[in-house]
Write a protein that binds this ligand. Structure first.
Ligand code: UGA
Length: 424
């Protein structure tokens, strides 16, 4: 099949190379010249492990091409995936401007029957809107179908998630579109759920919100555990082994960030409010998440005689989680903002993210002379550090582990004072 992917971010590009692996021909369309140039040369302009290898392979085999030519790209492909961003609008709802622009271009240029698939995370009812936007720009009546087919790709492990999905949701009432989608996904070994578009759209928001809820649950519980000197990691393990609960997304930390959970939980809260049934449980999920870096700062302050002013704090990790260069809604940046307000002297490091020239290049440089180290991102590299040899570089052997990733007993044996989140 000839597939067009509109929007070449981590979702679009990963989806594109996976379809190449399944034997389809893919065109990637983006309006940004520099992105198109990079991708056409087999270079990822963002950090996503494993994707570049497949990209290079399929560029060389001419299974995938990248273009800015919207008209040609729409006309030469049968299935069009919309993978553009849906950022948080000023009212807390998803901003659908990019989706609308794509839909209108499809309406304007389409010449034969097309299946238009929304992969971007969009509010309930968007498939209907997309249908209307396409129709509004059509000169004649060329048939088309709109399908909701949400993505469940985590940044940093997008490739694995795309290759081994837990399920595939196909949201459409058109039998023709359903059979096209099933053919597209025929090589995947996972349940396929066929449903209405609005159900599919809700599944996506509900999935992200539920996962965010698990995180806020364990994070709030960690505060009580802190007080009671209970290791919350032991509690996570103890409850996670119950199959009804499951072990995933129960790692206590500084809160969830990224381009998805914060935006999607808020969007669902708005949808619920507008429909007269506020999701108070999710409102509290957001509240706990907003408070979490501040809760951690208060704990850190207690170890530092209640004062952060003029204290040198080494921050390890800037991205919102490991294996990504994405800093959107990163708990690390929220913590840095608070440290700055308290007039601490901040030194920051990240293995991949480069925010500005003042950022330290090595961990050694970052922690030299520090009154305390705060681990904010769960990069494997930080786990593997030789903390014994790093200790003499610090002014005081104080470690705050915002990801509960180090072994507290081990750190204490090495002579560190250690504080995690519900973790001692
Ligand atoms: C999330 C979902 O996991 C994907 O299924 C979904 O497709 C994607 O959003 C999306 O909507 O596009 P992502 O935001 O890339 O993926 O990252 P996650 O791995 O889900 O992590 C989100 C945040 O939760 C991170 O800040 C992470 O550190 C935090 N987290 C995760 C915890 O604090 N504890 C955990 O146990 C798990």
């Amino acid at each position: 099949m000839n597939i067009l992917i509109v929007g070449t971010g981590y979702v679009g590009t990963t989806t594109g190379v996976i379809f190449c692996e399944m034997g389809h021909r893919v065109t990637g369309l983006d309006l940004d010249d520099s992105k198109i140039q990079a991708l056409q040369n087999g270079k990822l302009y963002f950090y996503e492990p494993g994707v570049e290898v497949l990209l290079t392979k399929h560029i060389q085999a001419q299974n995938i091409i990248f273009t800015k030519n919207t008209e040609k790209a729409i006309q030469e492909n049968d299935v069009i995936f919309i993978c553009v961003g849906t950022p948080k609008g000023t009212d807390g709802k998803a901003d659908l401007t990019f989706v609308r622009n794509v839909a209108e271009s499809i309406g304007q240029y389409m010449n034969t029957y097309k299946v238009i698939v929304t992969k971007s995370t969009v509010p309930v009812g968007t498939a209907e809107l997309v249908t209307g936007w396409i129709a509004s720009k059509q000169a004649g009546q060329i048939p088309f179908d709109v399908v909701s087919n949400p993505e469940f790709l985590r940044e940093g492990s997008a490739l694995q998630d795309a290759l081994h999905p837990d399920r595939i949701i196909i949201g459409t009432e058109s039998e023709t579109a359903k059979s096209v989608m099933k053919e597209l996904y025929q090589n995947f070994r996972c349940p396929i759920i066929e449903t209405k578009a609005k159900v599919s759209e809700m599944i996506k928001y509900a999935a992200n919100s539920f996962l965010a809820m698990k995180i806020s649950f364990i994070n709030e519980l960690a505060r009580v555990c802190d007080q009671l000197e209970i290791n919350v990691n032991d509690v996570s393990k103890g409850i996670g082994l119950d199959h009804r609960i499951g072990p995933q997304f129960l790692r206590a930390g500084m809160g969830y960030g990224g381009s998805c959970f914060p935006k999607d939980v808020n969007a669902l809260i708005q949808t619920a409010k507008e429909n007269g049934h506020p999701l108070t449980i999710l409102e509290n999920v957001v509240k706990v998440n907003d408070e979490q870096p501040l809760f951690f700062i208060e704990k850190i302050k207690r170890y530092l005689d209640g004062e952060l002013k003029n204290k040198t704090i080494a921050v390890l990790g800037l991205s919102f989680k490991a294996d990504t260069d994405d800093t959107r809604e990163s708990p690390s940046l929220k913590l840095i903002e608070k440290l700055a307000k308290e007039k601490a002297v901040i030194k920051a490091h990240d293995p991949v993210v480069k925010l500005d020239a003042s950022q330290c290049r090595t961990v050694e440089e970052t922690i030299a002379g520090a009154d305390a180290v705060i681990i904010c991102t769960d990069w494997e590299q930080y786990k593997q550090l030789d903390w014994k040899s790093l200790k003499p570089l610090m002014k005081a052997p104080l470690i705050f582990d915002g990801r509960n990733m180090l072994d507290p007993d081990e750190m204490k044996k090495l002579g560190f004072k250690y504080g995690g989140i519900g973790h001692f």
